[in-house]
Design a protein around this ligand. Structure first.
Ligand code: CO
Length: 204
């Protein structure tokens, strides 16, 4: 039976290397986690939250799904946001999309992939909300634009959850940010759509 030994070997080497540098790293980390950031990103294997931001274990709380979508009735995503905001008390929620996102592309091109098509309906809604902005664009530019608009919409959705709204009502320090990552050059871009209060969120 295949046992993926190479991955377990990699893990041993990784843990040993960290312990050589900081012998009490895992002992310290096992006591508690207090990350400042919640990352909501795409499941795409090329966009690993920790690596691309240079964050260590313990420094970022992560939720990923196909095309980094935040749906008001998604108990999974809402539970992550609630736990991150109310229990861990993160200071920043980063919604991070990426150019060339397969989920976004499937929504744009009307490719059928089965069950996932229902999830991607949320991205088709983004196209509907911004229909005129796509007029006259080449296909590649449409895809880039939709990847960016999808992040902006999801920032809006996070900012309007009862969880984030309640945190702001209580005067807690909390910001929601929209970023996009380029798989082609490894660079993150801030989409300048950050909000830190109920009033700011109302302008989105
Ligand atoms: Co993606």
């Amino acid at each position: 039976m295949p046992n993926l030994k190479h991955l377990l070997d990699n893990n041993r080497e990784w843990a040993d290397a960290i312990k050589r540098e900081q012998p009490d790293f895992f002992t310290q980390l096992s006591m508690q986690q207090s990350p400042e950031y919640l990352w909501i990103g795409c499941s795409d294997s090329r966009v690993p939250a920790n690596q691309i931001t240079g964050l260590k274990p313990g420094e970022v709380f992560v939720h990923r799904n196909i095309a980094n979508v935040v749906v008001y009735t998604d108990l999974n995503c809402l539970s992550v946001i609630q736990f991150a905001v109310e229990v861990i008390k993160v200071k920043h929620i980063i919604v991070c999309g990426h150019y060339g996102c397969g989920g976004v592309q499937a929504a744009l091109e009307n490719h059928e992939h089965g069950l996932i098509d229902n999830w991607l309906r949320h991205i088709k809604d983004v196209i509907r909300f911004h229909k005129s902005e796509f007029d006259g664009l080449e296909h590649h530019d449409k895809l880039d634009l939709l990847c960016e608009l999808n992040v902006r919409e999801q920032v809006k959705n996070v900012a309007h959850t009862t969880i984030v709204q309640d945190a702001w009502k209580q005067g807690n320090e909390l910001s929601v940010h929209g970023w996009i990552y380029s798989i082609e050059n490894g660079i993150l871009k801030d989409l300048d759509t950050s909000v830190s209060s109920i009033d700011e969120a109302a302008t989105l």
